[in-house]
Design a protein around this ligand. Structure first.
Ligand SMILES: [Zn+2]
Length: 518
């Protein structure tokens, strides 16, 4: 007796083979047969006529850990409801393990207020075991965050590390990788990584190669210095001989958009030189960032307290103001999404806040940072839609949320990508014909699985793990927007995780995710 029989679906296997009509048999968490007609008896039969049946989607760039929702919202509703069955956390330099001291958890405090959180683990092994004690809606794995290791050693200091400290960091990274992490992430723009030396980055990246694990990098600049930032990671990939994935690739700010073409050319050249380089992209023209990264780099080299001190000092404040002015940010399009200690600013643009306070938008930016204790998140409508389409269609891209799992209730404004990324991408495939369905599905299934080194995930074939999505190609679409970020996507009929139906009729019907390791 089968557990699930999916009948009459149009099967897209995730590996790029042409779609074909077939039935799929599932038993004990695995796919046991894919044939034109399967007649065996089954506990559950799903009619997938006029539907596409594909592998479950893999979110290679996920932040459910840094927003803490992996711990307090195990169903990960917003992800499961868009067909995601596996997530990889620990991105942008911040992971929840390994912790050298409880203080090293602070690497996530730019995204989440840490007051009242309880940490019951130290090593990667302990963390993964802790995660495994609770059932989750999706399969969960993690990278090791560079900033997390750095904070373990340096605490609140952001100084360069010594040679001896690099050796210690190398050991910590090695152990965490051996305990099941998929690779390492860097967030080179952030306060606790900006001062990392070339030697530090190279030494750590070199640890990944013999273990065949990858490096995920949030570039040092996504605006005027993006080309140099890309060169930096290409050099790193070459020297360390390591697969590299750039996180949420984009060119921020209209005046920097002309750099896009050269950016793409550089990526293609690197790829043709044999570097294993890829990137992920979210299909939206609005970024979601930590506001302090809009300031000059020298203001946040010393961490959050230093930022606040500098803004409080009239002379330094003037210098920062001059810098902000010179950047020509479009403050009308920068909307505060979260400022826990100053909630009255949420939902307003920096320009609007300035108008209300009868000051310039630059002044308002500094006021908001000060009032929000430098823990402020913003939406910025600063990306080109044309770029978004080109990035999605690039042979080097994967599509990922760069968001977190949420329920439909959440205390702050969240980016609609947390609910809508995959359905929105698939709608773009239908409407704009960017790619064939078969190619599009590879970007959210087998390609991320390959980077992870998990050949049993991300494809529909006999003996592979039964993570499956059934969707309607004619109606699939995102619904979430910036005002109503928790509107559930439509067209996802069923999501099967580890051989069990987990989502149907817009409801979670089972938590069947597992902790995944490499
Ligand atoms: Zn990032």
């Amino acid at each position: 007796m089968l557990d699930i029989l999916i009948k009459n679906g149009t099967v897209i296997d995730g590996m790029g083979k042409p779609a074909n009509k077939a039935d799929i048999a599932i038993q004990d968490g695995k796919i046991t047969a894919i044939e034109s007609v399967i007649k065996a008896k089954s506990l559950q039969t799903i009619d997938a006529s006029d539907r596409i049946v594909s592998p479950g989607f893999i979110d290679i760039q996920n932040h459910s850990d840094s927003y803490w929702t992996i711990l307090d919202q195990p169903s990960q509703f917003s992800l499961l409801s868009q067909g995601i069955t596996t997530i990889v956390m620990g991105n942008c330099g911040a992971s929840l393990a390994p912790l050298l001291s409880k203080e090293s958890i602070k690497s996530i405090q730019k995204w989440h207020n840490l007051s009242g959180v309880n940490v019951d683990w130290m090593t990667m092994a302990e963390f993964l075991q802790y995660l495994g004690n609770v059932p989750h809606g999706v399969n969960v794995g993690t990278l090791v965050g560079h900033s997390t290791i750095r904070r373990g050693i340096l605490g609140d200091s952001t100084r360069p590390v010594s040679d001896d400290e690099i050796k210690i960091m190398k050991n910590i990274l090695t152990n965490a990788l051996d305990q099941g992490a998929f690779g390492m992430s860097m967030g080179l723009v952030y306060a606790h990584e900006v001062n990392s030396s070339e030697q530090e980055l190279r030494t750590l990246a070199t640890v990944l190669n013999p273990k065949q694990k990858y490096l995920s990098v949030h570039l040092r600049s996504e605006d005027s210095h993006i080309l140099e930032s890309l060169d930096e990671v290409i050099d790193l990939a070459l020297i360390a001989s390591v697969p590299i994935k750039i996180s949420h690739l984009k060119v921020r700010g209209k005046k920097n958009w002309p750099l896009f073409e050269r950016l793409m050319t550089k990526l293609e050249i690197a790829y043709h030189q044999g570097i294993n380089i890829s990137f992920d992209v979210y299909p939206y023209d609005t970024s979601w960032s930590v506001l302090y990264t809009y300031l000059p780099k020298w203001t946040y080299e010393g961490g959050r307290d230093q930022i606040l001190k500098m803004i409080g000092d009239p002379v330094t404040r003037r210098k920062i103001w001059d810098y902000l002015k010179a950047q020509e940010y479009d403050f009308d399009k920068v909307i505060v999404s979260e400022a826990s200690s100053a909630p009255n600013f949420v939902g307003k643009s920096l320009k609007q806040i300035g108008d209300n306070q009868s000051v310039s938008a630059e002044e308002a930016t500094l006021n908001v940072l000060l009032a929000g204790g430098a823990q402020v998140m913003v939406f910025d409508h600063n990306l080109s839609n044309e770029h978004v389409e080109l990035l999605c269609a690039s042979p080097l891209s994967m599509i990922a949320t760069d968001g977190a799992g949420h329920s439909t209730e959440h205390p702050h404004l969240i980016h609609p990508r947390c609910f809508g990324t995959m359905p929105r991408f698939l709608r773009m495939i239908r409407e704009n014909k960017l790619l064939k369905w078969e190619q599009a599905i590879m970007k959210i299934t087998s390609e991320p699985a390959k980077l992870l080194g998990l050949p049993n995930l991300g494809q529909l074939a006999k003996d592979k793990l039964a993570d499956v999505v059934i969707f309607d190609p004619k109606t699939i679409t995102d619904k979430a927007d910036y005002k109503n970020a928790s509107l559930v996507s439509v067209g996802i009929d069923g999501v099967i995780v580890n051989g069990k139906l987990s989502y149907t009729n817009q409801e979670v019907v089972g938590l069947n995710g597992m902790v995944i390791k490499r």
